[in-house]
Design a protein around this ligand. Structure first.
Ligand code: NAD
Length: 490
């Protein structure tokens, strides 16, 4: 009998009263790893009440003392890096090296949040009028919550959590119901730091738990990462309820290849972007646009890279790409490949229905290349979220930039070139929040905001770095006067 996962509320692990449980599966084998409760709304209420009570004392703990828990958490995450990375591979499918890199990014966010005593400092102006001073101070919001997607179970909650609690907020984490195991382990490490009960809570679940978060009067700030339709829904419902909200959505990321790009490094980097994490990254390249003479050499080389990628279980030696998250996703990706073909694209390499020896029941799709994708076709605009790269061709960099800007997504756009002038033009004109120049996955470091634009982001302040500090604090301005004749002689 697979273990039934618990919630963590007010410093206690507690069984959920849920009537529905979902299987958590290893996508490489479809073996059931655990059962996750679809927690009812009243368990979100329990967590929100615990977090609201804890906030009254936590916000008064000096920032320098609050971050001591984060220093401990950083050490614990490092000591448990191997176990956490294996758990990510088991439940999410990505290969072990990718899972380790993911946790490294999580740790970097903890490190940046350790600078909160300085990052959340305010401003002071003395004598804004004679004898009057004015201050801007930053105070925490209260109870905040994160709703996470499946593809980075260890990293994405850390775009928010360390900043939130370091700024003096209390927190509720709602992991993706597809990959709840990593956060179970992270929560046990958070517990070991000795954080006071109620400061961080974990509620498993899906739509009912999310809706309860969106509607709960005690929850002041919500961070969401997931697909764009759900991001839009979360954004509008939470905002209508008067909450501060930031929602990172889906993507369709183009990479542009100019004829002067270095062939070998471009293909190595671009293939890793398209097929790394089985294409299930919001910063995965999903369209490659060759310009002018780049078409033939880069198409041929990409076909070789796609064919030679070793696909299998992410904990096996030598494997370069794991499965997609589940069988439904495999079938959805296969249907989208067919849709692309029906719309006129040519399957240069068709990765559907692969036979992976020893893992015949797994949810695998091999790298797929669709050639001659039309910019106006549905497949050129639809997020596939699998290892499928569409190939397009234009004659000039101007056309390439126009193509990038014609899409409704805006998460990332990359250019491969050896021309500084072309790079500058692209960086200046491309309409996307994350730009890569000879970089295939332009993921911002923890001290930069994770910037998405257009349909890839709903809100104002992004995750990570200074944006996170602003998101998790509210400014208070104080104008202050003391009359001189009030000075007493003691
Ligand atoms: P998803 O939208 O299906 O789920 C995300 C979260 O929303 C989960 O916690 C889920 O329980 C909840 N949810 C799902 N449907 C809901 C509904 N109808 N009502 C309320 N809550 C609901 O996303 P996913 O499949 O887990 O993740 C993949 C998506 O996330 C992709 O679109 C990817 O591009 C995106 N993503 C974006 C970023 C970014 O930074 N922009 C990063 C990672 C992933």
């Amino acid at each position: 009998m697979a273990e039934q996962l618990q919630n963590y509320i007010n410093g206690q692990w507690c069984a959920s009263a849920a009537t529905d449980y979902l299987d958590v599966v290893n996508p490489a084998t479809c073996e059931v790893l655990a059962k996750v409760p679809l927690s009812p709304a009243h368990e979100v209420d329990d967590a929100a009440q615990a977090a609201a009570a804890a906030f009254q004392t936590w916000r008064r703990v000096p920032a320098g003392d609050r971050i001591q828990y984060l220093f401990k958490l950083k050490s614990l995450l490092e000591e448990n890096l191997d176990d956490l990375s294996r758990t990510i591979t088991l439940e999410c499918g990505k290969i072990y090296a990718e899972a380790r890199a993911e946790m490294q990014r999580a740790i970097e966010n903890v490190e940046v949040a350790c600078g909160i005593p300085m990052l959340m400092q305010g401003d002071v102006s003395e004598d804004i009028a004679r004898g009057i001073d004015e201050f801007m101070i930053r105070q925490p919001l209260g109870v905040c919550a994160a709703i996470a997607p499946f593809n980075f179970p260890g990293m994405i909650p850390f775009w928010f959590l360390p900043y939130a609690i370091a700024c003096g907020n209390t927190y509720i984490l709602k992991p993706s119901e597809k990959v709840p195991l990593t956060l179970q382990k992270v929560m046990r490490l958070i517990e070991q730091t000795g954080l006071p009960p109620g400061v961080v809570n974990l509620v498993n679940g899906a739509k009912e738990a999310v809706d309860a978060i969106l509607d709960h009067p005690a929850i002041r700030g919500i961070s969401f990462v997931g697909s764009s339709p759900v991001a839009k829904y979360v954004y509008s419902r939470a905002a209508a309820n008067g909450k501060r909200v930031q929602c990172q959505g889906g993507a369709k990321n183009p990479i542009i290849v100019l004829p002067d790009a270095d062939l070998d490094s471009t293909i190595r980097i671009a293939a890793d972007s398209a097929f790394g994490c089985a294409g299930q990254r919001c910063l995965a390249a999903s369209l490659m646009v060759t310009v002018g003479r780049a078409r033939e050499p880069f198409t041929e080389a990409m076909a070789e890279a796609a064919k030679s990628r070793v696909v299998g279980f992410g904990l096996d030696q030598g494997v370069q790409m794991g499965p997609v998250i589940n069988l439904q996703s495999r079938d959805r990706i296969s249907d989208l490949i067919q849709q692309g073909i029906d719309e006129g694209a040519t399957p240069l390499i068709d990765g559907r229905n692969p036979k992976i020896s020893g893992y015949e029941s797994g949810s695998f799709v091999r790298p797929t290349l669709l050639q001659d994708v039309r910019p106006d076709s549905r497949i050129a605009q639809t997020e596939i979220f699998g290892p499928v790269l569409g190939l397009l061709h234009v004659d000039t960099i101007e056309e390439a930039i126009a193509l990038v800007n014609s899409g409704h997504w805006g998460n990332m756009a990359c250019l491969f070139t050896s021309s500084g002038a072309a790079a500058r033009k692209f960086r200046h004109e491309a309409e996307a929040g994350n730009i890569g120049i000879n970089i295939g996955v332009a993921a911002p470091m923890a001290f930069f905001p994770f910037s998405g634009w257009k349909e890839s982001f709903f809100g104002d302040l992004h995750g990570q770095g200074k944006h996170a500090v602003e998101f998790f604090t509210q400014t208070k301005v104080v104008v202050e006067r003391w009359f001189q004749d009030w000075t007493r002689q003691f």
